[in-house]
Design a protein around this ligand. Structure first.
Ligand SMILES: [Zn+2]
Ligand SMILES: [Zn+2]
Length: 231
């Protein structure tokens, strides 16, 4: 696979997951399809999707550019073949743990620093009852800094071994889909049973009460630091 295809594949993966996010958002906003799984009963603001659209698009283009260009330049440091499943699984799990570790402290700081909360993070918290694509409704500075955990995780992997392309793609895809789902206000019975993985309710409560539940992917950080406020 050439360098160009690695970059194009990364962009296609993100286009696909966000197309899923778009369909999911439309089902949540415009239909009664998920009504029996809704967490908060209150209605959405009128025309909420079009109000969110400009920042969605801006952050989406930012995501595609950074990831596509990143993959293009990481090519030389990557292992392009599907070597062994356990190396791939280990890299994906490691990336999730480091990313979540960064996100927890970074997100907590966004709440504790009054300047950051008022001028940066408050944009994401305009959503008290989020819908899936609102994971993209974030101040661009917060959005970019949120990727530091991913960069650190793959930089640490590089110390020991090349980054596996498929681990990079699987991690990107799962992270994106999980972010979309925890902003859906929909609690699916199946996903709620995976141990230690954060449910939609975990992040939904964070949006509803503006405090606690700072981790994104897992729940253990909130348990260790006693910030797991809502059950
Ligand atoms: Zn927050
Ligand atoms: Zn959120």
């Amino acid at each position: 696979m050439t360098r160009e295809w690695v970059a194009i594949g990364t962009v296609i993966m993100l286009l696909g997951s966000n197309l899923f996010g778009l369909v999911y958002s439309m089902l949540v906003l415009k239909t009664k399809f998920f009504d029996s799984f809704v967490i908060q009963e209150k209605p959405y603001q009128k025309s909420i999707f079009s109000k969110r659209m400009p920042l969605f698009l801006f952050n989406f283009i930012l995501l595609l550019s950074v990831s596509g260009v990143g993959a293009y330049f990481l090519y030389d440091l990557m292992e392009i073949s599907w070597t062994s499943w356990w190396i791939i699984a280990l890299q994906v799990l490691f990336a999730f743990i480091i990313d979540d570790f960064w996100f927890y402290f970074y997100h907590k700081w966004l709440h504790e620093n009054k300047f950051m909360l008022k001028h940066v993070h408050s944009i994401h918290h305009r959503a008290t009852k989020p819908f899936p694509l609102e994971y993209l409704y974030v101040h661009p500075l917060e959005w970019m800094m949120g990727m530091i955990g991913v960069v650190v995780a793959f930089a640490v992997i590089l110390i020991f071994m090349p980054i596996n392309l498929y681990a990079f793609w699987i991690f990107g895809l799962l992270r994106n889909l999980h972010e979309i789902h925890i902003h859906s206000d929909i609690e699916m019975p199946f996903f709620s049973k995976i141990p230690l993985l954060s449910k939609t309710k975990h992040h939904d409560d964070h949006h509803a009460y503006l405090k606690g539940n700072y981790a994104s992917t897992f729940v253990w950080m909130d348990r260790i630091f006693k910030t797991n406020f809502y059950k």
